[in-house]
Design a protein around this ligand. Structure first.
Ligand code: SF4
Length: 349
């Protein structure tokens, strides 16, 4: 936790640089928003140096022709931040033109491509004809470019629970990171779409349990923490309380394309507009920001997004370690009992 002037300072942010989008996804209305103002690239120089993770999202970020300059300015303002661009991966030629320039500025830049199904499923959900081949071309290009942090973001929605295993296997085969999210709606993000996931308990469990088991079996401790996150998604989808409380408006914020800062992508109260202040401190210490924090206290929605969850996980390492330990022990017990059963069957043959 970073503290300054008696306040918690943000370490994680989602920065939507545009609401323009070239896809028409079934679970999102952002693409219907017309003429939403966009701040100049220079405004991103005001972001706080405390940030450790910045997710550049949209809309489709590569629709901003000055994306290169935006990344440059974020890197300058937040030199310790790991920056990841979340893209639908359909703008093949633009990505091929901009990504090499961006990588020169930030060699550690991450790229996360949204894939919700294989081939026809992806094109049906994202409503982009020929989109699958475009995604493959972008992935190949990013790999050849030597991007170290290249991943697939899978959003579980009403159309694709049966695609979870296929997309996971696709990632495994192609050595891509896999992340999963649940389609969750917001008054002002996702184009104000009130999308509801109507999958039944078995369908949700099938998807989430598959991913949790795979992540826990990996040798990478980061994947174990990811499994904890996915377990939280399963809890939310079952109507249970999220496993950890987050601190939106303290260690996290959401910046929209016109410069308004919100405590999170769900909490619909504006803390201030970045264009109205000369420094980020001015916003973070303002009376309006403080009022926003008070307004959402106790009324926080029961959401579990990777951005706010990540900061909650970092603040509660012991709870997370305990969950991982318990899962590993119960996994080991079930493996041993399966082995004993097989052994007994062999002996009685
Ligand atoms: S989910 Fe992303 S890619 Fe799809 S319409 Fe919304 S902003 Fe565009």
């Amino acid at each position: 936790m970073v503290k300054k002037f008696g306040k918690i300072w943000p370490i994680d942010a989602v920065v939507a640089v545009t609401y323009r989008c070239n896809a028409r996804c079934v679970m999102c209305n952002i693409w219907q928003i017309k003429d939403f103002p966009e701040i100049q690239a220079s405004e991103y120089l005001k972001l706080p140096a405390t940030l450790k993770d910045v997710n550049i999202s949209g809309g489709e970020p590569f629709l901003r022709q000055d994306l290169f300059l935006i990344v440059k300015n974020i890197k300058e303002a937040c030199p310790r931040a790991h920056i990841v661009i979340s893209s639908n991966g359909f703008l093949v030629e633009t990505i091929k033109r901009l990504l090499p320039e961006i990588k020169k500025i930030d060699p550690d830049i991450g790229l996360n491509i949204s894939i919700d199904g294989i081939e026809e499923s992806q094109e049906r959900i994202r409503r982009v004809a020929g989109g699958w081949q475009k995604n493959l071309e972008v992935i190949r290009f990013a790999k050849d470019l030597g991007l170290k942090d290249l991943g697939i973001g899978f959003t579980l929605n009403n159309e694709n629970y049966s695609e979870t295993e296929k997309v996971y296997d696709f990632c495994l085969r192609n050595k891509l990171n896999f992340s999963i999210a649940l389609a969750q709606s917001s008054d002002f993000y996702f184009g104000g779409n009130k999308y509801q996931v109507n999958l039944n308990k078995e369908q949700l469990q099938q998807s989430f349990s598959f991913v949790i088991n795979k992540l826990l079996k990996s040798y990478n401790p980061k994947n174990w923490a990811r499994a904890f996150f996915v377990d939280g998604l399963m809890k939310i989808s079952e109507g249970k309380r999220r496993p950890l409380e987050s601190k939106p408006g303290d260690d996290f914020f959401y910046l929209d394309p016109k410069g308004d800062i919100y405590p999170s992508v769900i909490d619909n109260v504006i803390m201030g507009n970045i264009t109205k202040f000369t420094t980020f401190d001015g916003i973070w210490l303002s009376a309006q920001a403080e009022k926003a924090r008070i307004d959402i206290k106790g009324y926080e929605s029961n959401y579990w997004f990777v951005c706010t969850a990540r900061t909650a996980i970092m603040r509660n390492p012991l709870k997370v370690a305990r969950w991982i330990f318990d899962q590993k022990i119960s996994g080991a017990k079930s493996t041993i009992s399966k082995l004993i059963k097989t052994n007994n069957q062999e002996l009685t043959k």
